[in-house]
Design a protein around this ligand. Structure first.
Ligand code: ZN
Ligand code: ZN
Ligand code: FE
Length: 738
């Protein structure tokens, strides 16, 4: 006989961990107790030595979905002669900083009960248990207990009470427990049979707003061209792809799904996964025109399950006005979205923290997170060091903020573009909510160099020591921090716009860098951005700029012969009027996309590059030539040869393929030179341009073949949504040196 004390840290709250340990103790005939402590749980096991060993192994291999263990510490204890195994209830302790679970998609057990006419949860839209259901989005305070969630509005019926207090039941201590009798109610217009009414409307080609877990969705039949087109007009969202919700069987009909992608879809977060669409898929072309991926997700609540049981494929796009945060209340939905949706399904469970769906894609059996929101927030990310509490404000586009406290970096949900007043207000609200929930007490604030960023201006209002972080250093540091890389790395940061040390707009950068420092080794040749921000929305302006940079005039090709306004842009460039310099890789993509006739103006960020990638011929081995001299990567010969190819009538597909090949050759060549100079073998690929699978895969393959080790973001977004985490990495390193 033996007695051990086991301390387990990680996400072990709100995921049914204590009843799991209780059942494990019974299974292995162990006595003792389990209790919540700061950062996790404390267990004592008393019993046969081998049983204890087996139980510990069992815990690691069978823990509930949604739970994750950071560490298990086991130490021997004096024998206490326990007579049973007990769950000791935790007292609300203001010093307890326990990591709250993110929202968990509906589990298998609940799906089965929904289908069982004998169950009191039959067809119950809000079904949940200890290992599934909303968590963060109903949270008002910590610890995560029913009175501190919006479930406080619903009193448990006798049966629910019984299950809640029975350690053998899978809803033991499930804070969201409720049933058809006692739980939240769903409605639509005057009808109390909301689901059937909604299904009828959707089948008739109507657009329906649906209140879900983190906010409203706007839904319509994804296989009906007319209604998808109508939704685009009403939402004023002309091209940006919509996500589609389908059962797994339906996803298989429309998309190619690898084993790894299947796991991503079924992850407790149930994110939107970008998959390759099958030829002959009957999803409306208006859902994802001009791109070669389809964003799909599984039904992740009872409501979704009931709807997708009747309609094969539903467009499910965030319920918001373009540029504004996701809508969470019925009142806002009715005032702001009445022009978009014909009707709304609402319910009376309050959403306390709005959260969009997360977006993920898979590359070489690794993930790339494009949007890290519902299902991932507020999981902490360890930095391997401890510093005083700090707030990193992030960037202005695709903003997230990041709070460092109690050994972990907590990245916020997707906030959006701060230039919008509504979104900025929501940013402040969320910073305050997270500070309260995490009990953080900021001692420092980190932000971008850009003096005009709203996030930077906000940092200055806080009256705290400010640590400013260069944009691309933050991108690179986010990878260094995520992978805990020691020492110096080669950092490749390719993105759209970031404020540089010389007040230019950077974005095609090669650094040698550590967490604390960076040297700009190489960068893309500067060109002008005629009209500044206007050049981002109108890639044809960048095409003019690149042509001028190459030829000193506009060459005789069809592209420039057709439009008169090109001379106006040319004069902006020649007179350096409102035309900042940029080394942005994103703008280079825009220029080529426009030059070959893919896209001249965009309606969503990155569109020209996304559509250029979508057509790239994967089989062409050819490349364009480039020169590197004095830290500058010259693009003139690339543009010159693209123009020659256009004149020769080479297809867009081949030109795009050659362009992609050229960029990965540039990456390899620059890395080789930095290796020669500094002996560095670790390469970090960072920034939004690397969402381009074709480019990222090719860079990884080539660099690896030449002896480099390649790192990129997998749990932090690699676009500007990851900046706040990168700022946290740089700032925490700086604070350590003080
Ligand atoms: Zn469940
Ligand atoms: Zn009940
Ligand atoms: Fe960036």
């Amino acid at each position: 006989m033996k007695c051990v004390e086991v301390k387990i840290s990680g996400t072990v709250q709100g995921v049914g961990f204590r009843p799991f340990i209780y059942r494990t103790a019974k299974k292995f005939s162990l006595y003792g107790f389990i209790a919540n402590i700061s950062f996790g749980v404390l267990v004592e096991f008393e019993g046969m030595e081998q049983n204890i060993v087996d139980a510990l192994e069992y815990i690691q291999n069978h823990m509930p979905r949604g739970a994750s263990i950071d560490s298990i510490q086991v130490s021997e204890k004096d024998f206490s002669n326990y007579k049973e195994f007990k769950i000791v209830n935790s007292q609300a302790n203001s010093n307890n900083k326990i990591s709250v679970s993110p929202d968990l998609g509906i589990c298998k057990g609940c799906l089965e009960e929904m289908d069982d006419p004998k169950s009191r949860f039959y067809k119950y839209p809000f079904i949940s248990c200890a290992s599934c259901g909303p968590r963060l989005t109903i949270l008002e305070d910590i610890p995560y207990d029913r009175p501190y969630t919006s479930m406080i509005d619903f009193e448990m019926c006798e049966e629910c009470k019984k299950d809640y207090s029975n350690p053998e039941d899978r809803r033991y201590h499930a804070q969201t427990i409720s049933c058809n009798k006692c739980g939240p109610k769903l409605w639509m217009d005057e009808s109390d049979n909301a689901i059937d009414t909604a299904i009828k409307m959707l089948q008739q080609g109507k657009i329906v707003g649906i209140k879900g877990v983190g906010g409203y969705h706007i839904a319509c039949n994804a296989q009906d061209d007319n209604v998808v087109d109508l939704l685009r007009q009403r939402k004023k969202r002309l091209h940006k792809p919509f996500a589609v919700m389908m059962s797994f069987e339906k996803i298989l009909e429309h998309c190619y799904v690898s084993k790894f992608e299947k796991e991503l879809l079924m992850n407790t977060a149930n994110p939107i996964v970008l998959l390759r669409q099958k030829e002959g898929s009957t999803i409306s072309k208006h859902v994802n025109s001009n791109v070669n991926t389809l964003g799909v997700m599984l039904p992740y609540t009872g409501i979704h399950k009931l709807l997708t049981g009747q309609i094969d494929a539903l467009v499910m796009t965030s319920g918001n006005i373009s540029g504004e945060p996701i809508i969470t209340s019925e009142q806002d939905a009715k005032t702001k979205l009445s022009n978009v949706a014909d009707s709304f399904i609402s319910h009376n469970r309050r959403i306390t923290i709005g959260c969009d769906d997360s977006v993920i894609k898979c590359i070489n059996n690794a993930t790339i997170i494009i949007r890290r929101s519902r299902g991932f927030v507020p999981l902490g990310i360890s930095l391997g060091k401890n510093v005083p509490d700090l707030l990193a404000c992030g960037g202005d586009l695709k903003n997230t903020f990041c709070i460092f406290t109690s050994n972990n970096a907590y990245l916020s949900q997707h906030i959006g573009d701060l230039i919008n007043k509504c979104t900025f207000d929501w940013y402040i609200k969320n910073i305050n909510d997270f500070r309260r929930l995490l009990k953080a007490n900021f001692k420092y604030v980190a932000c971008d160099y850009h003096p005009e960023y709203q996030s930077t201006k906000y940092a200055y209002t806080l009256d705290l020591p400010i640590i400013k972080v260069q944009h691309h250093h933050a991108h690179i540091a986010s990878v260094i921090g995520e992978h805990n890389i020691e020492g110096e790395v080669i950092g490749v940061a390719f993105d759209g716009t970031g404020y540089g040390d010389d007040n230019s707009i950077w974005g095609g950068e090669f650094f040698s860098a550590t967490r604390g420092e960076y040297t700009r080794e190489y960068h893309l040749d500067y060109v002008k951005m005629p009209g500044g921000e206007a050049a981002v929305k109108e890639p044809w302006r960048m095409a003019i700029s690149y042509l001028y940079n190459t030829y000193g005039q506009l060459p005789d090709i069809e592209f420039v012969n057709t439009k008169e306004e090109y001379n106006i842009i040319l004069s902006l460039i020649q007179n350096s009027y409102n035309s900042p310099q940029t080394s942005s890789m994103g703008r280079f993509f825009d220029a080529v996309s426009s030059l070959i006739g893919i896209r001249d103006t965009i309606t969503y960020e990155g569109q020209a590059a996304v559509e250029l990638e979508a057509i790239a011929d994967k089989y062409t081995k050819e490349v364009y030539s480039f020169e590197i001299e004095d830290r500058i990567i010259y693009t003139k010969s690339i543009v010159g040869e693209v123009v020659n190819d256009i004149k020769k009538g080479i297809t867009k597909q081949i030109i795009s393929g050659k362009f992609h090949n050229t960029l990965s050759d540039i990456v390899l060549e620059a890395c080789k030179r930095i290796y020669k100079k500094k002996g560095l073998r670790k390469v970090v690929l960072a920034g939004g341009v690397f969402q381009n699978t074709t480019l990222l895969e090719r860079c990884i393959n080539q660099l690896t073949k030449h002896g480099f080790t390649v790192y990129f973001n997998s749990i932090v977004p690699l676009n500007d949504a990851g900046l706040s985490f990168g700022q946290t990495v740089v700032a925490s390193d700086y604070i350590c040196t003080l």
